[in-house]
Design a protein around this ligand. Structure first.
Ligand SMILES: [Zn+2]
Ligand SMILES: [Zn+2]
Ligand SMILES: [Zn+2]
Length: 176
């Protein structure tokens, strides 16, 4: 996918989601699902593949892409889903779909550091007014029109909340 929308989806998929999830579950993206596929069929295919009940697969969101392809976000039992996550693909109907796990970690809104919550923050620096995308003060990340510049590693081309940040990668391995 080289369209703008494609890139946008890609980007959002790359984003690190700042939530704490139920213990023992993994949140996965199922990418490139044929647009005529019903949510039930996706649940069924996943449940069959990882050998759990269909009720163990909880669909959190469905997004439609430019060519009617679907991305579904689902919560699944982590232990059973791990082989599927490692294989990175699943067949749903006639289509081979991609699988990616969402990485869920805690981020502090004050110092923007990972691994602790805001009220446990011991840092001197307060970056809560800084834009997560470019590091400037005075606007929020969602309103940012600047080029992404990471405030963690200083590199242009990604923001500090994206998993491709080398800083995050180093840290993420232990937490994710
Ligand atoms: Zn902090
Ligand atoms: Zn900005
Ligand atoms: Zn970075």
């Amino acid at each position: 996918m080289t369209t703008l929308l494609g890139n946008e989806i890609h980007r959002r998929v790359d984003d690190v989601q700042v939530v704490t999830k139920k213990l023992g579950t993994a949140t996965i993206f199922i990418l490139g699902i044929d647009g005529t596929t019903k949510e039930e069929e996706v649940k069924e295919a996943i449940a069959r593949e990882i050998k759990v009940e269909e009720t163990d697969v909880v669909v959190r969101a469905t997004r439609k892409g430019k060519y009617d392809e679907l991305t579904i976000i689902a919560e699944v039992p982590k232990a059973q889903a791990t082989p599927l996550i490692n294989r990175k693909k699943i067949r749903i109907g006639w289509t081979e779909c991609g699988i990616r796990e969402r990485v869920d970690i805690i981020r502090c809104y004050k110092c923007l550091e990972y691994g602790h919550k805001t009220r446990k923050c011991a840092a001197q620096v307060d970056r809560s007014k800084d834009c997560i995308r470019c590091g400037e003060t005075g606007h929020r990340g969602k309103d940012c029109v600047n080029r992404d510049k990471c405030i963690k590693c200083g590199i242009q081309g990604h923001s500090a909340d994206q998993i491709k940040c080398p800083y995050f990668k180093k840290l993420g391995e232990g937490i994710a």
